[in-house]
Design a protein around this ligand. Sequence first.
Ligand SMILES: [Mn+2]
Length: 288
Amino acid sequence: MNQFLKNCRSLLTQQVSRIVVIGNESCDLDSAVCSICLAFHLSKCPSLFNSFRNYHFIPVLNVSRKDLPLKTEVVFYLHENNISIRDLICNDEIELPEAMSNETKLILVDHHLSKYRQNVIGVIDHRPFDSYSNLNENVYKHIELVGSCASLVLRIIDQSNVLKKNKADYISTLNLLYDYVKLEDAEINLQKFARMTGANVIVLIGMRMDLAKNDNANMRRDLGIINVNNQDLFQKILKELTSNNTVDLCLEKNNEIEFLGGAFYDQRNVVYTRKQILPLICDIMDKF
Ligand SMILES: [Mn+2]
């Protein structure tokens, strides 16, 4: 995958015909993963876009280079997956034509309303089709209302049959997609759980222990607090757990996790367990 990204970057200085695969302007993880993975796949197997045989497929993150560090979830996830962030192309590092151009075409992933619409040749999206998108008549469309655009990209790769003979090349692509879809599933399932139980706030208590050495030094505890539908209660629990003087959990904010808008912490003081944490929460609930 990194070799592919390097090649794409080197194409920026060459006069070649390009098809840019780009996600939505929020540059969320779904968008980033889809543009990278779909561009990679199409570079191997362009059959969906047969009439553009001599074009090069280039993934572009829909964010400027200077703002990319603000997309902490994207940077963290790609870094974890050993994707070279430096080689990825941001939207201010490539010329994207708003007026009709023959040189640069676009495939939109995870959205389909775009100022580049005149040059759009394909759309892969998981939200309802907006007829005001004013896309050209013959645009390739794969639109289905599923949990994530990544699951659609996975299906496109699967249906192309390329994995039968070329699985080795696809390992990092599949990892990126599968892990993202799993994350998406976790979000959906947790939301489903909250709906079923009528929970207003979810508190996640995590523990990991090295079983070989059964002592506190090898123990790790984590805490996550997620607001479902009661911001006030969420804030009260958050305040209590982070600032109770008697039960000092020594919580250290983990800013790398972005999951359902929750707050996540490493619990440095591992001697406290749910036995001490639950009464703090119950106390707030009683007074609420
Ligand atoms: Mn999406």
